[in-house]
Ligand binder design. Structure first.
Ligand code: NAD
Length: 296
């Protein structure tokens, strides 16, 4: 049986549409325009591409985009001063510091200096704690996107066995918290997990977030399972550069019930969820009703 394709590109367009509708309503009814500030330190080419793409999509949904590009040798004090200024700027509802930062800057210190209510990446320690205790928080964008696609496909996730492969702070751990919040029985697998194939074979839902090209073969997938492939790996095939996920798409789609492709799966959902988080942050800051279906 060939798996149903979960089209992240189309789903992300829907999310952006909902965000744009809500932004238009905020402008019309309350004269408020949500604003997202993105801070980029240095000239990492991949980060530059992400930041450009974030700015473009922010403007496309009708929000204000504020880009702050700082020299690679910017001091920690100067970066913290900028964040402090953005924390206190009422026109800025979301702040994102593009990672990775140059080595001389303390990432944890920088992220934790963002006002938690403006931390649209959901990496601030307060948001991590709120998510972990099932309270209202800012939810990291990539796992939020995965959750939205799973809810859309399944409706309720209650009682399902979910395996998350990878335990990073930005994907694996928050993904597991979100699935737990939706009443899945959750296993987090990682580089030291014994019998990973057996662990994965138990799963109704597999979320792969490792960063190893096609490491999950089809015969690890339970018949009919839903596979969410977060991995983005650049490989060379037939002399060409290609993007592949952490799952072997061809063999996994023979057994899965549904699967996200790479590219065109989780990737486009990440920025869509960043925009969703910004409009949510704006509503919370102004004590207005939050848009439905755009939070965890
Ligand atoms: P990371 O390197 O921080 O974490 C990888 C995790 O994989 C670790 O917890 C490690 O324990 C686990 N791991 C490593 N080898 C393993 C093995 N052999 N078996 C089982 N587990 C193993 O990576 P990350 O930041 O969580 O990203 C994971 C992947 O997701 C990367 O490919 C990254 O590019 C991609 N990613 C995609 C998006 C998106 O928007 N689609 C966003 C973030 C990350």
């Amino acid at each position: 049986m060939a798996a149903e394709l979960i089209d992240g590109k189309a789903f992300a367009a829907k999310v952006r549409g909902k965000v744009a509708e809500h932004v238009a309503r905020l402008k019309e009814e309350h004269d408020i325009t949500p604003g997202l500030a993105v801070v980029l330190v240095g000239e990492d080419p991949a980060s530059q591409v992400y930041v450009r793409s974030k700015g473009k999509q922010t403007v496309e949904v009708g929000m204000n985009s504020y880009e702050h590009k700082l020299d690679v040798d910017t001091s920690e004090a100067d970066l913290l001063a900028l964040i402090d200024q953005l924390n206190n700027d009422p026109a800025v509802h979301g702040i994102l510091v593009q990672l990775p930062l140059p080595k001389h800057l303390d990432e944890d210190l920088v992220i934790n200096s963002i006002a938690p209510e403006k931390d649209v990446d959901g990496f601030h320690i307060s948001n991590v704690g709120l998510l972990g205790t099932g309270q209202k928080s800012m939810v990291p964008c990539t796992p939020l996107g995965c959750l939205m696609m799973l809810r859309d496909y399944h409706g309720s996730l209650s009682g399902m066995d979910a395996v998350v492969i990878g335990r990073s702070n930005i994907v694996g751990k928050p993904m597991a918290q979100l699935l737990l919040g939706d009443s899945c029985t959750v296993t987090i697998a990682h580089s030291r997990t014994k019998d990973l194939p057996d662990v994965v074979r138990r799963a109704d839902i597999v979320v792969a977030a490792v960063g190893r090209p096609e490491m999950v073969p089809g015969d690890w997938i339970k018949e009919g399972a839903t596979v969410i492939d977060v991995g983005i790996n650049r490989v060379e095939r037939d002399g060409k550069n290609k993007l592949v996920g952490d799952v072997d798409f061809a063999s996994a789609s023979e057994r899965a019930g549904a699967i996200t492709p790479v590219p065109g799966g989780v990737g486009p959902m990440t920025i869509a969820c960043l925009l969703a988080n910004t409009v949510t942050a704006c509503c919370r800051a102004n004590k207005l009703a939050e848009p439905e279906g755009l939070t965890a």
